[in-house]
Design a protein around this ligand. Structure first.
Ligand code: ARG
Length: 416
């Protein structure tokens, strides 16, 4: 009996060629599974293309709500940015797609799963590690790691030879992945890090030169760290993110040009568009600045980095993740309030913040009437704060000859 295999199918060049290759070269009954995480594609067209390429069945899962609820918003609450730049859209979707591949494989009684990732990227790691965690018995077949169609041209020729409908010409040189949290653009002209990303690479954001002259203001409401409203109107997560992608994209917000370190050791030039993610991250950070203490902010910033690495590195289904997520969730219990964002000329800037749980006390901060801060108490505080400084200065700093200005250049001082 021929074995069944579930292929994560995007309808792009790689997975369209993979359908036929898996069916003909490997003899599987291929079930093409498309997971809609906000991919902006039409299911009927994809179904037709998958079946034409040789799939025995096509499955479509609308996972947009799960993606926002269980992946994108937790990453937002964490403040996760890989290498301080990338909001992790692609990386966040992979474990969800892997989970759904496993679910569909169980429903269909499949023995194997497959994806269209190359052997040089991060996505193969995220898919494989997630599938291995959830379903160690399933075989993983990665055609791009095995076949000898080494270039896009070779794939296109294979497609043409076997009458596989693919949406590309030899000219379309970018590799694009998109979901609600962002759009990733790779290859083609971007491979030269000296070349400015061409305008044609972008689809969600306007170039700053063509954005409105007038700023746009939007008020984002948060409940316990989760965005729940725009301009006072309650919105579900998917609609809120879609709306912000349009609004902030109009103003050229969220274009990112990044020379990124892949998990597999390669430095890679990546372009991103993430208007909603960038705007929400800035708004959320402003609200945390108002509702978290200094020490909470400090530890949380390092947890955010750890969390971003974990997502990037494909370690979603781990105990380490559960532990970090518990901490992050706990930090969000008072992150409730509203942030007014100004969207203008490529920048999303928090210009107003309010919260029923604010730690900002005007009576302490003001230089006007009504000041409740006791300035005379500052003297005693400084006396104790500076105590070890005075002791050390007397015992060591002033006991040595030389200029106190040189404290930061010791080896220079030692040469003389
Ligand atoms: N470098 C990003 C990541 O590893 C994006 C990868 C996008 N994939 C693509 N086919 N363009 O998460």
């Amino acid at each position: 009996m021929t074995e069944k295999l579930v292929l994560a199918y995007s309808g792009g060049l790689d997975t369209s060629v993979a359908v036929r290759w898996l069916a003909v070269e490997r003899g599987y009954q291929v079930i093409a599974l498309t997971v809609d995480v906000g991919i902006g594609r039409d299911s009927a067209a994809l179904e037709e293309r998958a079946l034409a390429a040789g799939a025995v069945a096509f499955r479509w899962v609308d996972a947009r709500d799960d993606f926002i609820r269980y992946f994108a918003f937790p990453a937002l609450a964490a403040g996760a940015l890989y290498q301080g730049r990338y909001p992790l859209a692609t990386a966040l979707a992979r474990p969800l797609i892997a989970k759904l591949m496993v679910d569909v494989a169980r429903e269909e009684g499949a023995q194997a799963v497959s994806h269209g990732c190359t052997g040089k990227g991060n996505d193969q790691v995220r898919f494989d590690v997630s599938v291995q965690a959830l379903a160690p018995d399933l075989r993983i077949v990665a055609p791009l790691r095995e076949w000898d169609l080494r270039t896009r041209e070779a794939e296109i020729e294979y497609a043409q030879k076997h009458n596989i409908p693919v949406p590309v010409t030899k000219e379309s040189s970018y590799s694009v992945d998109e979901n609600l949290w962002g759009r990733a653009i790779e290859s083609g002209p971007l491979e030269d890090p000296w070349v400015e990303p061409p305008e044609e690479a972008f689809a969600w954001t306007r170039p700053v030169a063509r954005t409105p002259e007038e700023p746009c203001y939007v008020e984002i409401g948060f409940q316990r760290g989760l965005p729940v409203s725009l301009d006072g109107a309650d919105l579900d997560g998917v609609s809120l993110v879609q709306r912000l992608n349009e609004l902030a994209g109009e103003h050229g917000i969220g274009r990112i040009d990044h020379l990124e370190d892949r998990l597999v050791g390669i430095k890679s030039r990546e372009g991103y568009e993430a208007p909603a993610a960038v705007t929400l991250l800035a708004a959320h950070q402003a609200l945390e600045q108002m509702t978290l203490s200094k020490s909470q902010l400090r530890l949380k910033a390092s947890i955010a980095q750890e969390y971003a690495e974990l997502i990037y590195n494909g370690l979603w289904f781990t105990g380490h993740h559960q532990d970090l997520a518990s901490y992050i969730q706990s930090t969000q219990r008072h992150v409730t309030g509203t942030v007014r964002m100004r969207l203008h000329k490529g920048q999303a800037t928090a210009v107003g913040t309010k919260s029923p749980r604010s730690l900002y006390a005007i009576a302490l901060a003001t230089y006007e009437k009504g000041d409740q801060y006791d300035q005379s108490a500052a003297e005693g505080f400084i006396h104790i704060w500076g105590l070890p400084v005075r002791v050390q200065a007397q015992a060591q700093l002033l006991a040595q000859p030389g200029d106190a200005l040189r404290i930061a250049a010791p080896e220079q001082a030692a040469e003389e």
